[in-house]
Design a binder for this molecule. Sequence first.
Ligand code: USQ
Length: 406
Amino acid sequence: MKIAVLGGDGFVGWPTALHLSDAGHDIHILDNLSRRWIDTELGVQSLTPMDSIQERTRIWHAETGRRIHFHLIDLARDYELLKNWLAENRPDAVIHFAEQRAAPYSMKSDRHKNYTVNNNVNATHNLLNALVEIGLDAHLVHLGTMGVYGYSTVGAAIPEGYLPVGIEIEDGRTVAQDILYPANPGSIYHMTKCLDQLLFQFYARNDGMRITDLHQGIVWGTHTKQTRRHTQLINRFDYDGDYGTVLNRFLIQAAIGYPLTVHGTGGQTRAFIHIQDSVRCIELALMNPPQRGARVEIFNQMTETHRIRDLAEMIAGLTGSEIAWLPNPRKEAAENDLVVRNEKFHELGLNPTRLQDGLLAEIIDVGRTYAYRVDRSRIPAVSAWTKGIATKINHDPEGRRLKSVS
Ligand code: USQ
């Protein structure tokens, strides 16, 4: 298949491009390199030394004889360029990762909120609009988030996208209907993914587009089979307070002797998936497109759930690290349960990578190898959800006062 990977220079995009190239597909990365610009803006860099996208693709070709093509295109701003590229190249499938993906970055300031909304919503809409305009029936696979469902404890499992409801009508009968699970975003970033969902519903119904939306949990890990092939194929790894995600952050903190930064009581339960499973799920979704005219296909792309303080305690147990119970900069439930349906990927053959000592130790090793690249001052999460004040949790689960670390 000819596949366009939009945002193929990013944390999940790059290993996906390699995985699909390895599987024999013709891969074209479209990217505006915004993630690299944001590193410059924030004054941080990937823990792992990352080459330019051109150099990465050159090494891939030297290693495998396979070409990955790169095109510098900004989906959100260069509509005509995007449309012309799609019209000329007519890919069989398009994978859309090209969005600003960090919740804390999206909450930094009014400017960052505007940037995230303008970038993400325009990118998605420009893509849908262009595909319809040029009459291209490509399967669109979008990387969404588990965060569209929100994290309040409901007491029932979260279905894969659609909730069956019964609507009582006037004559007393009940009409059954599947509705999108009520959106409950916890950040501006997550809100843009909820807006994406509505765009997909419209374009699938109005234009018969074939769309798959992947509601992904928090990705952990860094290497995949293909990124391991050469040091210059290495994936990016974020550890800073804006882009670093919780489990990868804890592992790096453990590697460099920094107290594990638990927000609040750590009672937040979240869904997780290893990067190797993430690329495999994307491949499975690609191979199983919905029919033209069918509703948007939605998968919950996660393999297990964990409570943040359990993860911290597990890593502290493995490494002897200290845990710092910090005031939570986010506005989120201090404690929540989370049960998620994810049978669809299992039925398609996913064999999940579980959180296990071996893989955790591998990431700690990556942290130790590149510890010299860590700027400790960039570890604290400083983007606050409410102006000025963090949520008022000031004690750990045992009642000890919270502290700050530096
Ligand atoms: N947290 C800590 N300590 C830290 C960092 C985070 O306790 O040092 C807590 C947060 O307060 C939150 C939880 O860990 O309760 C998860 O935070 P996160 O930064 O790992 O994940 P999140 O902001 O939700 O976003 C990440 C990705 C995003 C993806 C999402 C999937 O950046 O692109 O969509 O995970 S999900 O969380 O399932 O919505």
